[in-house]
Design a protein around this ligand. Structure first.
Ligand code: GLC
Length: 365
């Protein structure tokens, strides 16, 4: 974390592969800095809003190291035009609990950031749409294979995703509000948005956020599919057919499903593994343990599953144990093989230090 810290006030996810600022990574980094009782927790949380626009939109990437680095790609300097899972309200609630003094400005920025999704991304079923696969944070998930094509080919899908950027529909502030190519209300993204609305309600005591979280949770639960034994994405049937661990994140706001979710995550035929849970059900023909987002274990997903399953005795401790073991075995890789702990992707990856936060849960049962 120390080595990856940038003087502009954020932690690079990885110095070589991911030098820029990424929205949800920085939220997780703030949690880690807070665990270390370091002032940079607050600095990093504040940095996330550097490029917030007047409509509330928070870009998924900040290029403060070199503002014009991707100007041609995004058509603007400084930041991207798509967003990412808005984990900042959770980070803020945890920091406040640990005694950090959050200013009014930050709380207001967080509220406007979440508000963007209600104003510009709500569909008729009351679910939040994402307009690009990158917005999910799960870039190459098999849930997007309807767009990527089967068999999956990473470079072909990369070209498709770049075209999706070119075709984004943006509002007057340059924020993506729609897409003719991709419009998906994913279970994962909606679970995270609802959870962060609930966290903002907890932090501020503002009932409107608590109510929004509850209403969104009710809409998400209509997407519970008894055959898939999972929540499924709205707006696309192909994505619904692939079971992923991140699709269980609505458990963050639907604790009544925790028992059912835990039964799935501990089923060795599907998700369970010594360094798991797997991100993709191993029975899926395209399951690949060490291909980016195609099956390996991701520490930030595990962190959120553990938080969401706090009501199940053993769940939080077991997920924490597997995650700490995976982080250690993989030398703090971005993700790892759920069976062997062998690392994949960038190494070291800053968010894998969430294992430090989770290590205090290991002994709980
Ligand atoms: C990759 C991941 C994304 C993450 C970024 C930086 O693009 O898919 O979720 O935010 O790397 O770590």
């Amino acid at each position: 974390m120390e080595a990856a810290w940038q003087p502009m006030g954020y932690t690079s996810p990885n110095l070589a592969v991911y030098p820029w600022m990424w929205l949800w990574d920085s939220c997780f980094h703030a949690l880690v800095w807070a665990e270390l009782d370091d002032e940079r927790a607050l600095t990093e949380l504040e940095s996330i809003f550097t490029f917030q626009t007047p409509d509330g939109f928070v870009p998924h990437m900040g290029y403060q190291r070199d503002p014009d680095a991707a100007i041609e790609f995004w058509g603007r300097s400084g930041a991207s035009r798509i967003s990412q899972p808005p984990m900042y309200a959770h980070a803020a609630r945890v920091l406040a609990e640990r005694g950090y003094a959050l200013g009014d400005r930050l709380i207001e920025q967080i509220g406007r950031g979440l508000e963007f999704f209600w104003r510009f991304r709500m569909d008729s079923a009351g679910l939040v749409r994402t307009v690009h696969p990158w917005e999910s944070g799960a870039d190459d998930s098999p849930r997007w294979d309807a767009w990527a094509g089967v068999p999956f080919d990473a470079s072909r899908f990369e070209a498709i995703k770049q075209d999706m950027v070119r075709q984004l529909q943006v509002n007057e502030f340059g924020s993506a509000v729609d897409s003719p190519l991709f419009s998906v209300a994913s279970a994962m993204f909606n679970g995270i948005v609802a959870f962060n609305a609930a966290e903002l309600g907890r932090l501020t005591g503002d009932r409107r956020w608590t109510e929004r979280a509850e209403t969104l949770a009710t809409a998400i639960d209509r997407q519970w599919d008894a055959t898939a034994r999972s929540w499924v994405d709205a707006g696309n049937h192909e994505s619904a057919a692939v079971r992923t661990s991140d699709a269980y994140l609505p458990v963050l706001v639907l604790p009544e499903r925790a028992g059912a979710v835990w039964a799935e995550l501990t089923d060795p035929a599907g998700f369970d593994a010594p360094f798991g849970p797997r991100n993709v059900d191993r029975r899926y023909p395209g399951y690949r343990s060490l291909t980016y987002w195609r099956g390996g274990t991701w520490p930030q997903i595990n962190y959120l599953l553990a938080v969401g399953l706090a009501s199940v005795p053993e769940a939080r401790a077991r997920i924490a144990r597997h995650t700490v073991a995976g982080a250690w075995a993989s030398d703090f890789s971005e993700y790892w093989d759920p069976d062997t702990g062998r690392g994949g992707g960038a190494r070291p990856q800053s968010w894998t230090t969430l294992a430090l936060v989770m290590s205090s849960w290991v002994g709980e049962s």
